[in-house]
Design a protein around this ligand. Structure first.
Ligand code: ZN
Length: 166
């Protein structure tokens, strides 16, 4: 079993989106086409995605909270996705990142994203467009987005752990 990532973001955000509609489940190319027709802004600005524990892709408009897209439950992955659609060809996923401060999934969750896309009959990019590594600072509690393998807190310069600590 791949790891499930529970929501680790602020409780206030989770409360604020209670009752908000969950992301649309994308089970086929036709589902993605229908969703893009209903959400044409996603072709310009991308979309929020989550992968549910049953391995399916869910999409919500770009500025949606990941915890709302996932209806509050743990996920296999989460992030942002971009698309291109040159009709009459089917839409394709052009970029995908694990940028979700609500779930902070590890880069290794790309496999689950690729599997969810294949399940829906969509081709997956070879890997993340860029991969995010998230760590809490044990010194000051800051959530850090680790860049360039530099495991140093951006707020207090404490060393950050190599292992996930969320
Ligand atoms: Zn710190």
């Amino acid at each position: 079993m791949p790891p499930a990532y529970p929501y680790v973001g602020p409780a206030a955000i989770r409360r604020a989106v209670e009752g908000a509609p969950a992301g649309a489940c994308i089970r086929s190319q036709a589902d993605l086409e229908a969703w893009l027709q209903q959400n044409p802004a996603a072709l310009d600005e991308g979309a929020t995605f989550t992968v549910s524990l049953d391995g399916l892709l869910h999409l919500a408009p770009r500025r949606s909270e990941h915890v709302a897209c996932a209806a509050g439950v743990p996920v296999l992955s989460a992030g942002e996705m971009r698309f291109a659609w040159r009709k009459p060809h089917p839409p394709v996923v052009t970029e995908v990142t694990n940028q979700s401060t609500g779930y902070c999934p590890e880069p290794s969750s790309f496999e689950d994203v690729a599997r969810a896309l294949r399940t829906a009959g969509l081709s997956a990019p070879p890997t993340w467009s860029w991969a995010c590594v998230f760590r809490w600072c044990p010194g000051c509690g800051q959530l850090n987005l680790v860049k360039n393998d530099n495991f140093t807190c951006e707020a207090c310069w404490s060393a950050l752990p190599r292992e996930r600590n969320l």
